[in-house]
Design a protein around this ligand. Structure first.
Ligand SMILES: NC(=O)c1ccc[n+]([C@@H]2O[C@H](COP(=O)([O-])OP(=O)(O)OC[C@H]3O[C@@H](n4cnc5c(N)ncnc54)[C@H](OP(=O)(O)O)[C@@H]3O)[C@@H](O)[C@H]2O)c1
Length: 256
């Protein structure tokens, strides 16, 4: 019986957990406030789901999804994650996470920073470039003509293959981008980030522009990405977007 652990059980964590359960995989969810605060989510997910501490979720998982704000990355339980394939969904948003000079300068990628903390784990960046609403909307069974592809990157080839097999079971094809140093190719506001998975790409871009204005004005953040049914993205199209995209440094982003 396979188990997927989760550290972070918010928008992304719970949507990936639902796909895992649908694929017959047990899930162990955790968050920062304690297992008891996940009771309602566990009741909704059913008997394949249970809640635990981050350490317990890390030890229980055959793979572990890490889906928390970057600001909290140093709290990830490094010892418990040693030897594990860790799927890292984390993006860097300075307005939320604070400033990381090494990331702003493009010296390293967000996932290299997280991998440095989780030195004994095998990190694979995944599920970071698709909106939480598009995860359930675009998941399809293996072999479906309109399967959507997601990029992955990681320094350990076997871990990338293991993550690709898992993601395949969850409902997506994958495009292997290589080592974590290349994962800037699907960081925020690159060509493969969020927009190509939206049916109404213009509505998303308009919302992002508005969110950028709100961030700069210091006003409370009110705009949310629009609800959208999603647009399937083939592996070939994703490969082209990943190849053609320029690197987008934090200073050049609409939302930062
Ligand atoms: N939302 C999206 O569409 C999207 C898409 C792609 C990637 N991402 C990225 O994926 C990550 C998660 O995004 P999200 O939208 O799912 O966030 P979210 O809904 O705010 O959920 C964050 C989760 O992380 C948990 N958490 C925070 N600090 C923690 C800690 N120290 N230990 C354990 N758990 C902790 C939170 O638990 P508590 O509530 O108990 O604090 C919560 O369960 C972010 O880095 C985000 O940038 C998001």
């Amino acid at each position: 019986m396979a188990t997927l652990g989760f550290i972070g059980s918010g928008n992304i964590g719970t949507n990936v957990a639902r796909l895992a359960i649908a694929a017959g995989i047990d899930v162990v969810l955790s968050n920062s406030r304690g297992p008891e605060t996940l009771a309602r989510t566990i009741a909704e997910l059913g008997e394949r789901a249970r809640a635990a501490t981050p350490e317990e979720a890390a030890r229980a998982g055959d793979w572990v999804v890490v889906s928390i704000p970057l600001a909290a990355y140093r709290k990830l339980p490094a010892a418990a994650l040693t030897g594990k394939v860790v799927l890292d969904t984390i993006n860097y948003y300075p307005f939320r996470d604070g400033d990381f000079e090494e990331l702003d300068s493009g010296q390293i990628t967000t996932s290299e920073l997280v991998q440095r903390h989780l030195a004994g784990a095998k990190l694979v960046k995944a599920f970071n470039n698709i909106g939480d609403g598009q995860i359930p909307a675009l998941a399809r069974p293996t072999g479906a003509a309109d399967r959507t592809a997601l990029p992955i990157a990681g320094d350990d080839p076997e871990a990338r293959a293991s993550a690709a097999a898992l993601i395949g079971r969850l409902g997506f094809d994958t495009v292997d981008v290589g080592p974590l140093a290349e994962s800037w190719r699907f960081e925020p506001e690159t060509a493969a980030y969020a927009v190509p998975y939206f049916a109404d790409a213009e509505a998303l871009k308009a919302a992002m522009a508005k969110m950028g204005e709100e961030i700069r004005s210091g006003r409370p953040f009110q705009t949310r990405p629009p609800a959208d049914p999603g647009a399937p993205l083939s592996a070939d199209r994703l490969r082209a977007l990943l190849a053609e995209t320029p690197r987008v440094l934090t200073a050049d982003r609409v939302m930062r």
